[in-house]
Design a protein around this ligand. Sequence first.
Ligand code: ADP
Length: 554
Amino acid sequence: MKRKRWLNDRLRLLLTLELAVVLPAAALIVVSVLHLKSIQRDRNVEAAIQRDFYQVLYISEKHLNKQLYEMADDMREDFPAAEQPCSVSSAVLDKALAAHPYIAHAFLYTPKNGLVTRSQPRRLQEEGFRIEADDFAKMLNGWIGMEFDSDKQKMEAMARKGMNYMSFVNWAPRGDKKLLYEPVAMFLTKDENGKTNGIGGVAFEAEYIRDRFLPEILENVMVRNLSESHNEKNPAVLMVRLRGEGSMLAASPGWDGGTPEVERNMDGALPGLTLAIKLRGTTLEAIGQRFVRISFLVLGGLSLLLAGGIFLTYRAITKELAVARLKSDFVSNVSHELRTPLSLIRLYAETLEMGRITSSGKAQEYYSIIRKESERLTGLINNILDFSRIEAGRKEYDFRETDLQELVRNTLESYRYQIEQHGFTFEEKIDTVPSLRVDREAIARSLLNLVNNALKYSQDRKYIGVNLYPSNGAVKLEVIDHGIGIPDSEQPKIFEKFYRVGDPLVHNTKGSGLGLSLVKHITQAHGGQVSVDSIPGQGSKFTITLPVNQPAQA
Ligand code: ADP
């Protein structure tokens, strides 16, 4: 019946643990794994960084355009007014070019005066540059007049949208026939009434664009990007290349080659170029994989912790359940044990009271039974009181210098009669041992508990031996019997509170399961220990070991 209730409790506990903890925990783990898998499948991490990259490229292009237009604006301020004689325009343009070395060529076209093209005067001695200047002038001559009206319309439409320049690329030849990228910005010139009267334009120095302008701006953008990013090991790096053919024009410091992650074709001030971005030393795919791997590892670790926690909780609760069961057994054991001496005392006291006992020998025997039973009662109650003090942490010991030989001898003396009356052979061997600081009452109670157990758990071979002797800086007190013994598996458990071996032989013997747990507590308080050596069916030996220089605990 009791066992059935305990099984029910266990079942209830398992169900509660399953429903309240294991199921939600498992659900959490499964949902997290699915979520991580979806992050992995949809490349969410990569996509998030890519979005950032698009943003960086967009801002970089804006920056490049703004800078180049500002430089064009500077030059424009020094431009000659349109519709002046060619000679005047040429002189003014030459002066303006000298003041803006990053401009290679400048031109001004009016339908009235035609085209004036001037090139950087300082460089005209270089043959390559002279060829470039001639080509540029020829190229403009070829179409500017014809396309003036359509260009004008286009640029007026652009101006209405706030764009003051229209750009195209001049491929500047150099000595070895290499063509260099040279952006040209065209603008409309106005008369004093604000009416368009011509087209002006500036071509930026190809080497200046390639070697200074682009690298400086890219570095600038990257430094800003670095200070915003937390990934210092793998910062984003930028490069600019020609659209289509792909050869690189310039890159930010730290560009380490490889395939760019995101690209953006530029128009505006730098048509025909492509901006590209990637991470130095790694790829977005690797970052995504690393994120998922680390997340899986963390999730695995947390799941293990969770499983460990559930296991520990389960163990703790099972243990509590077992203690609860032992406690209820304990109550019935103790009540049983209290009842027997009490009814005996009552029975003999009543008989004496009625005065029916005539022989004084008989009366004496009854008195002695009453005394012994009350002694047993006192012993039991002392055990329970001690135990409750220990449980409440209120047990105090009174350590005094004690002659152990005398203490053991006296304790056994008061018990000897009872032992021998039960038909036991009793042997004591008490050697000289150093005197120790102990709590006499507690040590005597420990000894009595052990002797009492030897008495209780012996059947046909009735023998009790008590030895006291010094050993390796300690004093040993042994209680030996030839009783029922204790199986190996039970030996560590018998020192736990309430624990009784589940053997029918034990079950038929009265007991509370407190005795040995008290002995253990008392010896430990003395800095010592208690151990058992036992063979089922042959007997047991309990040994209390007390160190000679034990710490005096209050
Ligand atoms: P109790 O004797 O009141 O049951 P104890 O704490 O003194 O409680 O002992 C715990 C258990 O250890 C006993 O129930 C018994 O099963 C076992 N035990 C203790 N002493 C002996 C012994 N000398 N021989 C065999 N078994 C013993």
